[in-house]
Write a protein that binds this ligand. Sequence first.
Ligand code: FAD
Length: 306
Amino acid sequence: MDLNVRKILEKINISGEVKTSEPMSAHTTFKTGGNADIYVRPASEEDLLIILEACRRYSVPFFILGGGANILVSDRGIEGCVIDMGELNSVSFKGTVCLAESGSRISDAAEKAAERNLSGLDFIYAMPGSTGGAVWMNARCYGTSISDILLRVRYIDENLQIRYLEGDDIHSSFGYKKSFFQGTGNIILSAEFLLKEGSRIDIQNNMRNHELDRKKKGHFLFPSAGSVFKNNRDFGRPTGVILDSLGLKGKAVGDAQVADFHGNIIVNKGKASSKDVKDLINVCYTEAKMKLGIELECEIQFIGRW
Ligand SMILES: Cc1cc2nc3c(=O)[nH]c(=O)nc-3n(C[C@H](O)[C@H](O)[C@H](O)COP(=O)(O)OP(=O)(O)OC[C@H]3O[C@@H](n4cnc5c(N)ncnc54)[C@H](O)[C@@H]3O)c2cc1C
């Protein structure tokens, strides 16, 4: 282990969990990935700041982990510190505004909103992952993006200052699966969503229908990270249809396979490595480029020592 990594271990005196050489396969929906040098699960924002200050002082890189539902972690693991936000998971309400800490499951926020007869988050119910991850990715499903209901984001900037993103800045900071947070070292602490009063039965039916639809589409049959590539309107058809037209459904590298039920989902059929998944992603990318001249953009994030 790197000397600085060892040094920060001494400095991280927090109430949350601290582990070394933690297998990331336990924290990703692909169920693949090597070890994180250090894995921490801050129990409070104070814990989080202690960790960030220690990483900064000793120049140790860190990675913020949400639900691990949109990442492919290298089999060679992650250098430095993985900060799992899962313990910062409160969800509360003020009138029709839902305030969710970044480590809460976005489905949990939707469920709690429905219990209060509030609609707006039902579209995203049953999508795996955290509130922070949904904001970072600007997650989108059933024609709605998380930014459509976003009122305010509280975050820590690269100088460890607390900041807010709100008002008109919200609208200019998000696009299709794009957010202001991508490509920055900013850490999302919480998000506020503007919801609407509605009928609890209707909201819960809507949520159940979305969950059923995902089940019917095979989303939960095998470990995966959902869609591999983004959709792009310029290509005229969904990426899944494009990859299917190339005969890629069922194509496998090791235990990684293009799902036989969806061309844009790669599943882990058992013992796939992250390298198997990445090699298969490369096959899909290359086939689309060579045979159709289409350059697909990967939605899954490659994390760690690639
Ligand atoms: C079965 C299945 C179905 C899916 N369906 C959809 C779908 O319909 N639509 C869709 O958009 N996606 C879908 N996904 C992908 C995934 O659920 C979303 O991208 C989700 O928003 C990822 O959230 P996460 O918390 O798991 O993020 P992670 O995978 O943990 O992280 C993703 C990125 O966000 C960053 N991040 C996470 N939290 C924070 C934070 N607090 N501060 C700063 N950065 C942070 C991470 O550092 C990383 O770069 C699906 C995935 C699966 C497995």
